[in-house]
Write a protein that binds this ligand. Structure first.
Ligand SMILES: O=C(O)C[C@H](/C=C/C(=O)C(=O)O)C(=O)O
Ligand SMILES: [Mg+2]
Length: 427
């Protein structure tokens, strides 16, 4: 069973060449120094022969790529050892709308329903120079070679597992060339590579409704959804929701520890209200949106600012690290919380009040967020939306006790430990 599907962006030589000049300019400032990660959430997953519905009025591009399937737990694995944790490979189609920018996470371009068909797994001895062919209606339209990737499978596993413990079933998509193939309703797209089961999907302008999905619930998180927090970071409030995704590895529970990397300057807390979906939601209106909510809980969306790069910002290395998203499992039902948009939100460090806001100050409220997301993807029961944090960030250090408290929802307590303390605790 798939757990999290990670994908590497800007990992093909042709992309770096095409964007080289732009990446020297603001907002990027320099080419990416680390892999640029994104996540294909479970609503995007499809199998061989599944029909994929294309969003009306959008040009969709095929993205034939190679998927690496993890077979063993991998935490801080070296590139030399990475091969040992690979269960096998599969073909995948990393479908996307055109990307005009790599600055902010590309949720709308990458996460439409069905935007990630993945084929059957097979064991291959070597994928370092594998030809990947795309046929549309039986005609070859693209062919690229994994030898042109900037980072191969083992290097990507090493890089990702440094901050995100990989589990059996996790998948890594290795990337796609700059040039993609435009596809249309009525097309059948078939992806082929020697030694791997082919992946073929018909595309239509309407697809069958999605059954209940497997895989981990998706945690969508909002950036800059409180104007006062945006301004403390010298940003204006966004004009549309700034949504990023946090992977399952980052979650931890109440009264747990969060690991502060030993070599960083600034790791801050972010107390946040979390919405938990209770019903499958697709194209839901704002007026009806709260009917789809199972309840509310709270999280701490820690960030390590040292690792910020202006590519799909905030990037997974900042926001999706092991242990950096304490989340309280118990939820409060909507009947017990009639107005989720008027709740005091506080964060205490060692008993001292450090953050104080109110959920009435959200830039985009909960009905808007549910309607906006469900416009282009299906929200499933269990999916969550962390609705952002108000101003009042501060650095936290090993030994600090951090308590997030939201009126009517409850408290979430966790303690900061150093990397060394955490490693010692594992021995
Ligand atoms: O890009 C930024 O600096 C904003 C980003 C995320 C913010 C949030 O998670 C939030 O506003 O709750 C960051 O701070 O990395
Ligand atoms: Mg946040």
């Amino acid at each position: 069973m798939k757990r999290t599907v990670f994908a590497a962006a800007l990992n093909h030589q042709s992309q770096i060449e095409a964007w080289a000049a732009a990446f020297q300019q603001p907002p990027y400032q320099h080419p990416p120094q680390h892999p640029v990660w994104f996540i294909k959430p479970r609503n995007t997953w499809r199998s061989h022969r599944d029909t994929v519905g294309l969003p009306a009025g959008e040009q969709v591009y095929s993205g034939a790529t190679l998927a690496v399937v993890i077979g063993e737990t991998a935490r801080k694995v070296s590139a030399e050892k990475a091969r040992e944790v690979i269960a096998g490979y599969a073909l995948a189609n990393e479908l996307s709308l055109a990307e005009e920018s790599f600055y902010r996470p590309a949720i709308k371009a990458k996460c439409h329903d069905g935007f990630c068909p993945i084929g059957e797994i097979a064991v291959l001895p070597d994928v370092s120079a594998l030809q990947i062919i795309t046929e549309v209606n039986g005609e070859v339209r693209d062919c690229w070679n994994t030898a042109d990737l900037r980072r191969g499978a083992t290097e990507l596993i090493a890089s990702l597992s440094e901050f995100s413990t990989l589990q059996p079933g996790d998948v890594i998509l290795l990337g796609t060339p700059q040039q993609r193939v435009a596809i249309h309703a009525g097309d059948v797209v078939t992806i082929k590579a020697a030694g791997l089961p082919e992946l073929s999907n018909p595309f239509s302008d309407s697809a069958p409704p999605m059954e209940q999905l497997s895989g981990q619930p998706t945690l969508f998180a909002l950036g800059l959804n409180y104007a006062d927090h945006a301004s403390e970071l010298d940003f204006k409030a966004p004009e549309e929701p700034l949504v990023f995704i946090k992977a399952a590895n980052t979650l931890t529970g109440d009264h747990s520890v969060s690991v502060r990397p030993d070599d960083v300057e600034y790791m801050h807390y972010e107390g946040e209200l979390v919405v938990v979906m209770g019903k499958t939601a697709r194209r839901v209106s704002r007026d009806n949106a709260l009917d789809y909510v199972a309840g509310y809980t709270l999280c701490n969306d820690y960030a390590v600012r040292d690792y910020l790069e202006n590519y799909y910002r905030p990037n997974l290395r900042v926001k999706s690290r092991d242990t950096l998203t304490p989340l309280r499992e118990a939820i409060v039902r909507p009947s017990a919380l009639p107005d989720p948009h008027n709740l005091a939100l506080k964060t205490f460090v060692n008993g001292e009040l450090r953050q104080s806001g109110n959920t009435r100050d959200m830039v985009f409220d909960i009905p808007f967020l549910i309607a906006w997301l469900s416009e282009f993807l299906t929200l499933q029961p269990g999916d969550m939306i962390a609705t952002g944090t108000p101003k009042g960030l501060a650095d936290v250090r090993p030994g600090d006790e951090v308590v997030v408290e939201i009126e009517g929802v409850g408290r979430l307590t966790n303690r900061i430990v150093s990397e060394q303390q955490f490693e010692d605790s594992l021995k």
